[in-house]
Design a protein around this ligand. Structure first.
Ligand code: NOJ
Length: 569
């Protein structure tokens, strides 16, 4: 134990020394660390988001089919505390309530996803269209528009129809490309007259790596070194096909945009003077966001992925690279299929070079030849992996600008969680996170990055995949113990609302007053929440105690009546 601790301390010391030696990239040189007062361009869109499986609940209601997440979460041992998204926030039944929360924050847009098995229970368009599922999304879209909130709709936020996993092996099978295209086409047909912003896939990195490489996510496959690459290959082709479908069949009528939402941590070299660390950090970002963005913008996988995976595959004696290859025709079909790039960003890592000899088994992680480190001074209020490093956000945004020709960017996810037991609605760590990250985004806009929208993640506390309900990302606290799933505003609701109403950060005095007011308001929400056990207790009284007492009274009266009758005769 002791040597380990000493090692750890040395490691941290080395890291801290290296960190202080690091110089900024040119575009941050002048104002690194300082807060930037200013406003966003007119028309900048502010929103919040969520996804179907994480919030809707109603997993088997109104004809919905099973998804891979329903099946995965129902297996014991897959999710923290064996929780499931069966009921989650009951968003399916609370459309009106949730829209009034959005309205109250003056959101310009709301990002949600459509559950494929809710509208196509068998996954296949020609087999069965579930009109009740369609109606649910119709109502949601209509109510958003009535309230002047733009819907930004994700077609796939990880909930593949289970039957497609069982029959075809899910995203391992190339037939998903056409099946997904049929589903997307149906969505364009039914909702496209009102929805103008489409996101094909949410965070395909996670789908590929966690779904088919490590198996932490549904469908839980551990196909190390091959599964993720194959999945990603089919996802990229499916995205391109859907973009072309929209382009040729719907764009002229519907005049919308089709993009994708990629997640990406920023990777900063541990030692900025060490060429090997610089290259390792670049590799980290290329294997993360570049894996998907480079084909979509430039037509093929990043050269560094082709080189590393190709070389390691050859060393393993394989006849071909584990990274699949696009044909020339596919490359030109895929290139340029992004009307906007969605970015989901939460955190940053320090990166250093580390060799993994290919003899010791292969995986996506060892293919990269690098190690990830964190600075122990970075705040980490919630999820184990989520350190608050605002400056990494600006760097990632600038990277996207230079690598992919300054595309139009929609920030589709950004936010922070808190630990499970935390019921404090005065979430100053989240206010700080939003303030600093949004400020870095503002600096990126000043750097010339073309950012059009920001989506706080997430509107509500919700099912957090394999972590169950133990990590709360919501602006609104959801009391999952109560079957009505009441929502309570955290202080960050008021803070975010102030940023929205000023369209940025006007001046220091105003910012301080926002924080003060937010804390005042959340104290009263805290009291409400504290009273909640009483509310649940009252619920129990009306639902269990009262009917039981009534039944008892009726029984007793019957016994008494029988007794009286017996005495008379
Ligand atoms: C990215 C995922 O898209 C989202 O569903 C999740 O809630 C966040 N990461 C936070 O873990």
């Amino acid at each position: 134990m002791l040597p380990q601790n000493i090692l750890r301390t040395c490691h941290v010391l080395v890291l801290v020394l290296c960190v202080s030696a690091i110089e900024d990239f040119d575009w941050t040189k002048n104002d690194h660390g300082s807060f930037y007062y200013g406003v966003f361009p007119t028309g900048f869109s502010w929103g919040a988001g969520g996804s179907a499986y994480q919030t809707e609940g109603a997993w088997n209601v109104d004809g919905k089919g099973m998804s891979i997440w329903d099946a995965f979460a129902h297996k014991k041992g897959k999710i923290f505390l064996n929780d499931t998204g069966d009921f989650s926030c009951e968003g399916y039944h609370k459309v009106k309530d949730d829209i009034s929360l959005m309205k109250d924050m003056n959101l310009n847009h709301y990002r949600f996803s459509i559950s494929w098995p809710r509208i196509l229970p068998t996954g296949i368009k020609n087999e069965n269209i579930n009109e009740k599922g369609i109606k649910y999304y119709d109502d949601l879209i209509n109510k958003l528009l009535e309230n002047k909130i733009t819907p930004i709709v994700t077609l796939y936020h990880w909930d593949l129809p289970q039957i497609l996993e069982e029959k075809y092996g899910g995203w391992q099978n190339t037939s998903m490309v056409n099946l997904f295209n049929d589903f997307a086409n149906l969505c364009f047909e039914r909702f496209g007259n009102r929805v103008k912003h489409w996101i094909t896939f949410n965070n395909p990195w996670s789908m590929a790596v966690e779904g088919y490489e490590t198996g932490e996510h549904a469908p839980g496959l551990k196909l190390r070194g091959v599964g993720a690459y194959k999945t990603a290959h089919h996802i990229i082709k499916a995205h391109a096909k859907v973009w072309h479908t929209y382009d040729t069949q719907w764009r002229s009528k519907q005049k919308g945009l089709v993009g994708i939402s990629l997640s990406g941590d920023w990777g900063e070299p541990v030692d900025i003077t060490n060429q090997r660390d610089i290259e390792a950090a670049e590799r980290y970002v290329q294997f993360y966001m570049g894996w998907f963005a480079t084909p979509l913008f430039n037509g093929d996988y990043p050269q560094v992925m082709k080189d590393y995976i190709g070389r390691k595959s050859a060393q393993q004696g394989l006849g071909a690279s584990r990274l699949p290859v696009f044909t020339a025709q596919e490359k030109s079909y895929i290139k340029g299929t992004c009307d906007f790039l969605g970015i989901g960003h939460f955190t940053t890592r320090y990166i250093t070079q580390k060799n993994y000899p290919s003899g010791r088994g292969n995986s996506y992680f060892t293919d990269r030849d690098l190690a990830e480190l964190v600075d122990p001074r970075w705040p980490d209020p919630g999820s184990e992996w989520l350190y608050s490093v605002p400056w990494g956000f600006r760097r990632l945004l600038n990277f996207v600008k230079t690598q992919y020709g300054n595309p139009m960017i929609y920030v589709t996810e950004n936010g922070v969680s808190e630990k499970m037991m935390c019921t404090d609605l005065c979430d100053d760590w989240r206010m700080q996170y939003f303030k600093d990250y949004i400020n870095e985004m503002l600096k990126a806009i000043k750097d010339g990055v073309n950012i059009k929208a920001y989506t706080a993640w997430s509107l509500l506390d919700k099912f957090e995949w394999d972590e169950g309900y133990s990590e709360r990302f919501g602006l609104y606290y959801v009391d999952f113990r109560d079957k009505n799933k009441p929502r309570y505003p955290k202080a960050s609701v008021h803070y975010y609302k102030s940023i929205i109403s000023s369209n940025g950060f006007p001046n220091q005095r105003e910012l301080e007053s926002w924080k003060r007011k937010a804390i005042e308001t959340c104290s009263s929400s805290n009291q409400l929440l504290a009273a909640d056990p009483l509310i649940s207790h009252m619920g129990m009284v009306t639902e269990i105690v009262v009917p039981t007492m009534c039944t008892l009274c009726i029984l007793l009266s019957a016994v008494f009546l029988m007794f009286l009758l017996r005495r008379r005769f």
